[in-house]
Write a protein that binds this ligand. Structure first.
Ligand SMILES: [Zn+2]
Length: 97
């Protein structure tokens, strides 16, 4: 039951450095602050995903398990798609090599 990834695909392990207006509704996060999150995955399975926002699951950069994924993502926050695109474009495969 896999669906094609959305146009905005951010590789797992990507470090997102988000400005205060790049995100909203973070679990256990203080609103209107800068946030860094190491992406585990984007929640693309939600039926009510908006064109403008995506839920991101991940870990804090200092989380010891951020690379191994040995526990449930400890961060969950709603991020602007435009902000995600900023990070997705830095890993543009056309520019590798
Ligand atoms: Zn964690």
């Amino acid at each position: 039951m896999t669906t094609p990834p959305p146009a905005t695909a951010v590789e797992p392990g990507t470090l997102l450095r988000l400005e205060s207006d790049d995100w909203s509704y973070g679990r256990d996060l203080t609103a209107a602050t800068k946030v860094a999150v190491v992406v585990t995955r984007l929640r693309t399975e939600l039926a009510h995903v908006s064109d403008d926002w995506m839920w991101v699951l991940g870990h804090r950069p200092e989380c010891a398990n951020s690379r191994t994924g040995e526990h449930q993502p400890c961060m969950e926050l709603r991020v602007k798609v435009t902000a995600l695109r900023r990070f997705a474009s830095t890993q543009d495969r056309r520019q590798s090599q």
